[in-house]
Design a protein around this ligand. Structure first.
Ligand code: DAT
Length: 153
């Protein structure tokens, strides 16, 4: 079965305290981490990431929160990675999810519906767009670096 890729973000308020536990959970679940970096996403990038929600009353709050510090961004690879990562994250609202018995990263590390610890792409198409949005420049720099390396070799 061919592996699929998805974008995962550990949100700014969760990175410092819980990054290591979340990374361990990701590895224990059998994902390969293809790329990982701490990144302060710009307001413009966050607005693109969440463009579907731009008419929601919480949109500005969401953008401010996601810009409030560095996120840890990861490209995860696994068979059905999009679905598998969202299943691991759990429902959007950790408080509501806590009323059921199901364990998830958001139940475990989330504070409320806005501060819900982690992000995951909603489809394979969105995953490609979001990976390009967050890692596009980095991957381009890496490609250029390897081209320069080849040219000088
Ligand atoms: P998900 O992140 O589970 O894909 P989404 O795309 O509907 O959910 O929302 C994106 C983020 O927006 C979500 O992770 C947290 C925030 N959010 C969603 N609904 C909210 C609400 N009612 N109040 C505050 N923040 C909300």
């Amino acid at each position: 079965f061919p592996p699929e890729q998805t974008l995962a973000l550990i949100k700014p308020d969760t990175v410092e305290e819980h990054k290591d536990e979340i990374l361990k959970a990701i590895q224990d679940a059998g994902f390969s981490i293809l790329h990982m970096m701490a990144v302060c996403l710009s307001q413009a990038d966050i607005e693109k990431l969440y463009r579907k929600l731009q008419d929601k009353p919480f949109f500005n709050q969401l953008v401010d929160f996601m810009c409030s510090g560095p996120c840890m961004a990861l490209i995860l690879s696994k068979f059905r990675a999009v679905h598998e990562w969202r299943a691991m994250m759990g429902p959007t609202d950790p408080c509501q999810a806590r009323e059921t018995a199901a364990e998830s990263l958001r139940v475990h590390f989330g504070k409320d519906i806005l501060h819900n610890a982690v992000h995951g792409s909603s489809s394979s198409e969105r995953a490609n767009e979001e990976i390009h949005l967050v890692f596009g420049d980095v991957c381009r720099e890496e490609n250029q670096a390897s081209l320069l390396h080849e040219a000088s070799a």
